[in-house]
Design a binder for this molecule. Structure first.
Ligand SMILES: [Cu+2]
Length: 83
């Protein structure tokens, strides 16, 4: 008798950053582009109004610190929002 658990779906983690320099839709698009270009990122959702961006990523391929570093390299200071 054996039991086996198979995870067929991709791993996914989520992180939210506070990006205070995201002032308009143009900034939001830039933020989206920066994050979407990072390997392992699955989904990016930004809100100019809330000045936040939510990122879904594969924790086996990238970590949230790297995402933050990419944002900062692109000119956007970002702070991780913890719930
Ligand atoms: Cu802007």
């Amino acid at each position: 008798m054996r039991e086996k658990v198979l995870f067929t779906s991709k791993l996914s983690s989520e992180v939210t950053f506070s990006v205070t320099d995201m002032m308009c839709e143009g900034c939001a698009e830039k933020v989206q582009a920066i994050l979407s270009a990072v390997e392992g990122v699955q989904k990016v959702k930004s809100s100019v109004w809330r000045k936040r961006v939510r990122v879904q990523f594969d924790p086996d391929r990238v970590e949230s610190g790297r995402l933050r570093a990419e944002l900062e390299a692109g000119g956007f200071a970002a702070g991780e929002v913890t719930k």
